[in-house]
Design a protein around this ligand. Structure first.
Ligand SMILES: *Cc1c(COP(=O)(O)O)cnc(C)c1O
Length: 365
């Protein structure tokens, strides 16, 4: 059996370093907002080539905190609109509605599964305040085009990079490509903690200050509460673990890209559409997502051959019960993607011979 993802095996590579880091924190007597978080924030800011990084509780709150900070700064207010791809993971949409803003769903590009810049302008109204591209499956969105539209209409660009740590777009790392970037370090992500964790990167120091306060009860100085904030802090233990994982991110990303290149070169099957790649550096292959009209049959067949796959994601946000107010909306491209996508195993615990075995099976379907 080739499992979709064996996290124990993934983390084995870093286990002794992680255990040392955890022990160091246990023995330090300091568990929240200390040196470990500060050091990780500095290293991650350097990695992203940005001025500011704020560690937070998780990826959903990272997006939410950026939006709420813009509200505090007077850039956005209750009911304003945020343009977002209709096929994103539910967390992106939840962050917008939880902030009291209105998501405006836009169909993705069927080749890239990312926000289609050609469809953004027609959705802009006087209430639009931001575009929120999601680098889905690890592929960078066309940020030059998106930033250009944002500039024309004076909008903020906030990107959801929960699946794209380590991606490089036109020579620049993700995290500094627009106004603010949200990251998740959920354990299955390319840069994963051993629990919940997230971060925000930005070059806007004023925005960073507001976010930092909002994430800590709205506290500006100890016991001085400037905003109605929340509790969303990266803890010392997760920060220490992430500092270990960050050292290996570049090599891990290259390895994922090598495995993906093998799939891309060797999967030959008329029933299957392979992921779009412009230049390999732009794709971190958080998932290797193929498309097939007979997706359910293919998934069943692969499982019979001992290969576990997953569907990211089976139901689009506008078809979820949580957003039943959208149930009569129609997004044909999004719905087609959700009907046809299948994620093949791709992670740093796999070797080339396992990839060969998967390719052989896929080609025989
Ligand atoms: C994982 C993920 C999130 C949410 O991150 P959490 O840390 O689980 O809150 C948001 N957006 C995308 C695209 C994700 O993949």
């Amino acid at each position: 059996m080739i499992p979709f993802l064996d996290l124990k095996k993934v983390n084995k590579k870093y286990q002794s370093e992680i255990e040392q880091a955890v022990l160091r924190v246990v023995r330090s007597g300091w568990y929240i907002l200390g040196e470990e978080v500060k050091q990780f924030e500095n290293s991650f800011a350097e990695h992203c080539q940005v001025k500011c990084c704020i560690g937070v509780g998780n990826g959903l709150e990272a997006i939410k905190l950026i939006l709420c900070a813009y509200k505090e700064l007077g850039v956005m207010s209750e009911g304003d609109e945020v343009i977002v791809p209709a096929n994103t993971y539910i967390a992106t949409i939840l962050a917008i509605t939880e902030s009291g803003l209105t998501p405006v769903l836009v169909e993705p590009d069927i080749r890239t599964y990312n926000l289609d810049p050609k469809k953004i302008e027609e959705k802009i109204t006087s209430k639009t305040k931001a575009i929120l591209p999601v680098h889905l499956y690890g592929l960078c969105c066309p940020m030059d085009e998106i930033n250009k539209i944002a500039q024309k209409y004076n909008l903020k660009v906030i990107d959801d990079a929960a699946q794209a740590h380590g991606a490089v777009y036109n020579g620049f790392p993700i995290g500094g490509l627009c106004d603010a970037t949200a990251f998740s370090f959920y354990p299955t992500k390319n840069l994963g903690a051993l629990g919940d964790a997230g971060a925000i990167t930005t070059n806007d120091k004023q925005l960073a200050e507001v976010i930092r306060a909002l994430a800590n009860y709205g506290t500006e100085a100890k016991y001085i509460n400037k905003y109605k904030g929340i509790n969303s802090r990266l803890d010392e233990m997760q920060a220490a673990i992430l500092a270990v994982r960050l050292k290996y991110l570049k090599d891990d990303t290259i390895y994922r890209q090598e495995l993906a290149s093998k799939y891309l070169n060797e999967i030959v099957n008329n029933h299957i559409v392979l992921p779009f790649v412009r230049v390999i550096e732009e794709h971190t292959f958080h998932m290797f997502v193929i498309r097939c009209q007979k997706r359910n049959e293919l998934q069943k067949y692969l499982l019979e051959q001992g290969i576990q796959t997953q569907v990211h994601y089976p139901i689009p946000p506008h078809k979820q019960e949580a957003y039943k107010e959208w149930s009569n909306l129609s997004f044909p491209i999004t719905e087609r993607i959700h009907d046809e996508v299948l994620s093949l195993p791709l992670n740093t615990a796999l070797n080339f011979s396992e990839i060969t075995e998967i390719i052989d099976c896929v080609n025989k379907f």
